[in-house]
Design a protein around this ligand. Structure first.
Ligand code: UDX
Length: 477
């Protein structure tokens, strides 16, 4: 292959770890194809954190076609990317990251060391990349890292407003069915809409989401981190806006089945925090399927009262539990030291706490029988793949939709949306861990079987990835 014809894919995630991780899995899968060059555009903040948890040079030695570059996200490097600051981060992508990304593309084009970019893959919430791609004449693929149901709902935010289904504030409105999202009529209630639908329609976040969802459709190709067997009808509807759609998830699992050497995938560092693996030993000492694993992902914050409710429920349920309590889990970093000391004392009998767990390994451990989760899409897919039923406590973004799908569509768990009461949570934990509803266990096992099939050779996601790689090759000709 001539030097100027080597396919070179530039990958641009939204600079939040729940988005960086699946993008890194995709980048590694493409690099593993052997003939693609990858440039992964991190934010300075995330890259700094990645360098602290992984040996990047060792990774380059294994994957010579892969390079990271990093750009500013416009926020100070010592500012945690949590809470209201995330809105600022969204806006900065357009004002700060856009010109920097453009400069990177131009310099990659002029580089004599690597072939020029032949395609951009950008997060569905980084649509400024479409402007840049159009200006510079580089093909672009959009990859919203949410699930298809979450994405389809987000794409209908303006319909929901036009039809008067959003905004809503009254508690009495919460259980009204949603009618203005085709294909979701019998599934969603207002309380199941993404968290931002509870804001005033003039809120800048709503405006941002509407404009990103609309801009995304200017890309001709769509990548989804899902598998056809899970979300086929909605994937087909999303597909009506794009020339090509590739459902290639669960990406973390596809990567593990395809990676050719035994080295740790770089995307396993994509959650950008140091894992405490001591919990694996603790899990080894617990009975089969007895442990409830509790984690709320990388950005959800709890109030002090909510944390206490969860703790009471876990202790009172008398089930062994493994709980991820991030140092920044409590809103405004409030007194975590003292709370965590109190909780740690009371946890010793049958619980184990870590500040960050090797979640994929935890969910695959035979002692884990349930997952109390905030329903982030990565966590949902990881749990589905390992056949672990869930209790959902969705908080923001696509999580409300994911929780509804888990409980009502896929029937792989319960959704405790909009409650945080120790007695309700305890009852759900007991229901999930003791009673083991036959229906939930049957569908959890069945969907896990389909997920595993999708990433095997000749499975749907495996074949879709092959098609994507071939298309990326053709784009460079
Ligand atoms: C965010 C959004 O909240 C979510 O709604 C959206 O779908 C993706 O981006 P986040 O909140 O971090 O992500 O949740 P999630 O999508 O579940 O991702 C968390 C990731 O961190 C998972 O891949 C999980 O394996 C990993 N994790 C979490 C760990 O490795 N260790 C932990 O202790 C907790």
């Amino acid at each position: 292959m001539e030097q100027d014809k080597v396919p070179h894919v530039v990958i641009l995630p939204l600079p939040l770890s729940g988005h960086v991780k699946p993008m890194l899995s995709l980048a590694e899968l493409l690099c593993d194809a052997g003939f693609l060059i990858i440039t992964f555009v991190n934010s300075d903040y995330n890259h700094d954190r990645l360098e602290r948890v992984m040996d990047i040079q060792a990774f380059y030695n294994r994957s010579p076609g892969f390079r990271f570059v990093s750009i500013s996200d416009g926020l100070p490097l010592d500012q945690p990317r949590l809470g209201p600051i995330i809105l600022q981060l969204f806006f900065n992508t357009r004002t700060v990251s856009k010109p920097l990304f453009r400069e990177i593309l131009i310099s990659l084009r002029q580089s004599t060391e690597r072939s020029p970019p032949t395609c951009i893959i950008a997060d569905g919430l980084m649509c400024f990349a479409i402007d840049v791609a159009e200006e510079l004449g580089v093909p672009i693929i959009t990859f919203p890292t949410h699930g298809s149901h979450g994405m389809w709902t987000i794409m209908h935010t303006s319909n929901l407003i036009e039809e008067g289904e959003v905004p809503f504030q009254e508690e009495s409105d919460m259980d009204k069915p949603i009618t203005s999202i085709p294909g979701m009529e019998s599934l969603l209630r207002r309380r199941d809409l993404p968290g931002n639908c509870r804001l005033e329609v003039e809120n800048p976040l709503i405006k941002f989401i509407i404009s990103e969802a609309s801009a995304m459709k200017r890309a001709s190709t769509l990548i989804l981190n899902t598998f056809e067997e899970l979300e086929a009808p909605i994937i087909a509807r999303l597909g009506s806006f794009f020339d090509k759609v590739y459902a290639i998830g669960p990406l973390h699992a596809l990567l593990k089945t395809r990676i050719k050497d035994s080295s740790q995938p770089v995307s396993s560092f994509g959650s950008l925090r140091k894992e405490d693996s001591s919990c694996m030993e603790w899990l080894n000492s617990q009975p089969l399927k007895s442990v409830i694993y509790v984690s709320f992902g990388s950005v959800v914050e709890l109030s002090r009262d909510q944390l206490i409710e969860f703790w009471h429920c876990l202790v009172n349920s008398r089930k062994p539990f493994l709980w991820v309590v991030r140092p920044d889990l409590i809103e405004g970093n409030e007194e975590l030291g003292q709370i965590s000391e109190e909780i740690e004392q009371g946890t010793k009998e049958r619980g184990y706490m870590v500040s960050w767990a090797p979640q994929e390994e935890v969910l695959a451990h035979p002692s884990v029988g349930g997952f109390l989760t905030h329903s982030g899409w990565n966590s949902t897919l990881e749990s589905i793949f390992e056949g672990v039923p869930m209790i959902c406590w969705p908080q923001a973004a696509d999580q409300q939709v994911n929780g509804r799908c888990v409980s009502e569509l896929w029937r792989v768990g319960f959704d405790m949306k909009d409650t945080c009461d120790r007695f309700i949570i305890e009852k759900m934990v007991r229901n999930l861990m003791e009673d083991k509803s036959e229906e939930i266990m049957r569908s959890t096992n069945e969907i896990a079987r389909m997920a595993r099939g999708s990433v095997k050779e000749n499975g749907s996601s495996h074949c879709n990835l092959e098609r994507l790689i071939e298309d990326l090759r053709l784009m460079s000709l």
